[in-house]
Write a protein that binds this ligand. Sequence first.
Ligand code: 5GP
Ligand code: ZN
Length: 115
Amino acid sequence: MNQSCLFCRIVRGEIPTPLIYEDEICIAFNDINPQAPVHALIIPRDHITSLAHARPQDGATLGQLMLVAARIAEDKGIAASGYRTVINTGADGGQSVFHLHVHVLGGRAFGWGPG
Ligand code: 5GP
Ligand code: ZN
C-alpha cells in the first residue's frame, strides 16, 4: 500500500467509489472521466506503480486483470461488438495515475493508432 496513491485510497475505501467488480486480487470501477459509453478501470489491490514495475511474481495478478477485463466487457454487453483494453505506462504512454490499471473501453468504434 502507498499512503498517498489515489488508487490505493480507493482500494482502502477512503474515496467512496462504487465497485463494478471485486475479488481478492483486484477491484474495478467506472472511470470518472469516461472516454466512451463504457470506460472501466481494473486495478490490483496491491500497489504496483506501472507495468514497468511489475515483477515476475506479479504474473498471476497481471493475468487476473486481463481476465477481469474480459468479464467486465461481457457484463457490460460490449463483448460481441468489441472493445479496447489499454495500459498506459510512464510519461510517453500517457499514464497519469501511477498505480497499474487496465482501461476497458467500448460502446463505440475506435480508430487506430493511439495519436
Ligand atoms: P491513465 O491516464 O493513468 O492511464 O488513467 C487514469 C484514469 O483514471 C483516467 O482515465 C482518469 O479519468 C481516471 N481517474 C482519475 N482519478 C479518478 C478518480 O478519482 N476516480 C475514478 N473513478 N477515476 C479516476
Ligand atoms: Zn497505489
